[in-house]
Design a protein around this ligand. Structure first.
Ligand code: NAD
Ligand code: UFG
Length: 357
């Protein structure tokens, strides 16, 4: 069985990817410092697949422990590097933490790979590298734009570091860089999903937490943009579909099918959806009414971005398959599983407050 190391494997996208890797017959080693996830993911993954992945509670910044881990497993065929800090707003406040965690973590891995004979790495990047594209849908040849946050900058810097290393001729490392658009939803089993800490920044967790009663209403950030209904447009991609793209990328590397030593792929549906369209679809898909209010624009928001996924469709043979309706239903099932009690309590507390006034 080929071994795949998944850094950040107890996190949101990582846990879904571990499931798909195991379903495809890979032996998975998760490496995570649990800074933004819990060990429970390992049990939940086992519940879905019947196989418990190896788990190492190690920080990617800890070179010595990583070195030991590589040596103890031996023969790792590929790495998928998810481990990173990812909150855009927090990155503006704590830039050094973001540069250290995201950039140094990758550097440690890239330094250790040749020492342990590992040649293949899939890197989690983001459509954030395109900024506001001049042409839509955006393809992989579009120029990258100056990042609007330290987080976005770490993704650009990490892409550049991998590119320079691959091109240096000093290394046998090959890489597939996946640029995700907006991952949403949860596993259909509702065993794993997104677990935002505190108040969610992202749209779908905010919607589901509002629907369950944890938040009073959704704030829609702006309806006066240059889009058909005035709200921003994104390409929302189902997390299981996204996870499957990683398995295809690993297969491609292990089968030595790469056209170039570093390849870039957009992972999106190719369809843009506005915030208001998504809100309406959520209500239709779940039958739950969603209180919302249009408020002012959010600083730094991209107005509209959606993928041209033709390259991933043709070269990887990957395509987004799950409907947005099913994806939103899966997010709702997950929300009900994790927050039903708290949501009901929060609703009752709000009703009590309202009756006092
Ligand atoms: P997540 O926070 O759920 O998962 C990241 C995991 O990495 C967490 O389990 C965390 O504990 C772990 N981690 C962080 N720093 C670590 C370190 N130094 N050592 C070991 N483990 C560490 O995030 P996610 O949404 O699953 O994102 C995974 C990757 O995809 C990240 O690189 C993120 O930047 C990228 N990405 C995410 C999105 C998105 O919208 N979710 C979009 C584009 C790209
Ligand atoms: N939005 C609201 N209300 C909310 C939250 C979001 O109206 O409460 C709107 C935003 O203004 C935006 C859209 O919903 O128009 C999507 O916002 P998200 O925060 O969910 O996603 P972003 O596209 O802003 O950013 C996300 C990740 C980034 C990543 C990027 C591309 O947060 O890390 O997708 O992958 F880089």
């Amino acid at each position: 069985m080929e071994k795949v190391l998944v850094t950040g494997g107890t996190g949101y996208i990582g846990s879904h990817t571990v499931v798909e890797l195991q379903n495809a017959g890979y032996e998975v080693i998760i490496l995570d410092n649990l800074s933004n996830s819990t060990i429970e993911s390992v049990t939940r993954i086992e519940r879905i697949t019947g196989v418990k992945p190896h788990f190492e509670n190690i920080d990617c910044l800890d070179y010595v422990s990583m070195d030991r881990m590589f040596a103890s497993y031996g023969n790792i065929s590929a790495i998928i590097h998810f481990a990173a800090s990812k909150a855009v707003g927090e990155s503006v406040k704590k830039p050094i933490h973001y540069y250290r965690n995201n950039v140094n973590g990758l550097m440690n891995i890239l330094e250790l790979m040749p020492l342990h004979g590992v040649e293949n790495i899939v890197f989690s990047s983001s459509c954030t590298v395109y900024g506001q594209p001049d042409v839509l849908p955006v393809n992989e040849n579009a120029p990258t734009k100056p990042a609007t946050s330290p987080y976005g900058n770490t993704k650009q810097i990490c892409e550049e570091i991998i590119r320079d290393l691959v091109h240096s001729g000093e290394s046998k490392i090959k890489s597939i860089v996946l640029r995700y658009f907006n991952p949403i939803g949860a596993h259909p089993s509702a065993e794993i999903g997104e677990l935002p800490i505190g108040v969610p920044n992202n749209l779908v967790p905010y919607i589901t937490q509002t629907a369950i009663g944890l938040r009073e209403k959704l704030m829609v950030y702006g309806d006066d943009y240059d889009t058909p209904d005035g709200s921003c447009i994104r390409d929302y991609i189902n997390v299981v579909d996204l996870a499957k793209a990683h398995v295809i990328a690993v297969n491609r590397m292990l089968n030595k099918k790469l056209d170039e030593d570093i390849e870039y792929f957009n992972i999106g549906t190719g369809k843009g959806m506005s915030v208001l369209e998504l809100v309406n679809l959520f209500q239709k898909a779940t039958g739950v009414e969603l209180p919302y209010e249009i408020v002012g624009r959010r600083d730094g928001d991209i107005v509209k971005v959606w993928a041209d996924p033709t390259k991933a469709n043709k070269v990887l043979g990957w395509k987004a398959e799950t409907s947005m309706e099913d994806t939103l239903k899966s997010a709702w099932e997950w929300e009900k599983k994790i927050h039903a009690k708290e949501g009901a309590a929060a609703k009752r507390a709000r009703a009590r407050e309202a009756s006092k006034q």
